[in-house]
Design a binder for this molecule. Structure first.
Ligand code: NAP
Length: 247
């Protein structure tokens, strides 16, 4: 994979898809900043795994829903490396409930974690990358932002908003040479989907044309492509990686 930049910040990279994105991008030669909120030990383990493979990684703690913390993290990175080349807004949560049982707090918490945090990151990246007239951002969205899902009115709204926001940032930032794209994973094997009951997982698998949940590495490969120079003419794209579940 061809990268012109030097570093990348991956939010929520202490486990799951974010951790795999960090590891994959390190194999392509980028210095990876592993962001975590509470999983200090897990983040340290990912850093050690990257270094054991000969990669370059650093750890940055921040709750990305808090504007000052997220901006301070970006500043720390720029102070250390003189730039932020790439950003992956991956951090996200679920608080699933049928809408009639969902409180406004449950709704707002998920919007804050999945959409507002990405706005802070996309804006911070535009400021930082705009100065260099170079950079690329990938937002980790979800298939349910495109097709909706019972029990996930909050989560699907956050991801549908993220898709639209990605396109808007792409339009605003293109003149400065900065690209914004999103990946919409289907069902991927992580802690998030481990919470699903076995019978529900089996039901989902029946409806996936490729007949299985995806691997985090399959999302990471799509992210690497969208960040890299191989996608230099792609911006504002929402790339489905879902085994054919929603086409
Ligand atoms: P996960 O295993 O639950 O990991 C989520 C990560 O986000 C954790 O590292 C967590 O850190 C971090 N995080 C959450 N809130 C944060 C905050 N406020 N500040 C900083 N970090 C925060 O989830 P995952 O399955 O890997 O999902 C990663 C992304 O992919 C999410 O955006 C999710 O919506 C999306 N996605 C996942 C699937 C799937 O099937 N798994 C499908 C579609 C989309 P802590 O440990 O500190 O909380």
């Amino acid at each position: 994979m061809k990268f012109s930049g030097k570093n990348v910040l991956v939010t929520g990279a202490s486990r799951g898809i974010g951790a795999q994105i960090a590891k994959t991008l390190a194999t392509h030669g980028l210095k990876v900043w592993i962001n975590y909120r509470s999983g200090a030990d897990a983040a340290e383990k990912i850093k050690e795994e990257i270094e054991a493979e000969g990669g370059n990684a650093a750890i940055i703690k921040a709750d990305v829903t808090i504007e000052d913390e997220f901006n301070a993290a970006i500043k720390t990175i720029i102070d250390a490396d003189n730039e932020l080349s790439y950003l992956v807004n991956n951090a996200g949560i679920t608080k699933d409930k049928l809408a009639l049982r969902m409180s406004v707090d449950d709704f707002n918490d998920v919007i804050n974690a999945n959409l507002t945090s990405a706005f802070i990151g996309c804006k911070g990246a535009l400021k930082a990358m705009g100065k260099k007239r170079f950079g690329s951002v990938v937002n980790i969205s979800s298939i349910v932002g495109e097709m909706g899902n019972a029990g996930q009115t909050n989560y699907s709204a956050s991801k549908g908003g993220l898709n639209a926001m990605t396109k808007s940032f792409a339009k605003e930032a293109a003149a400065r040479g900065i690209r914004y794209n999103a990946v919409t994973p289907g069902f991927i094997q992580t802690d998030m989907t481990d919470e699903l009951k076995d019978e529900i997982k089996a039901e989902y698998e029946k409806n996936i044309p490729l007949s299985r949940f995806g691997q985090a590495s399959e999302i990471a490969d799509a992210v690497a492509f969208l960040l890299s120079d191989h996608s230099s003419y792609i911006t504002g794209e929402i790339l489905k990686v879902n085994g054919g579940l929603y086409v």
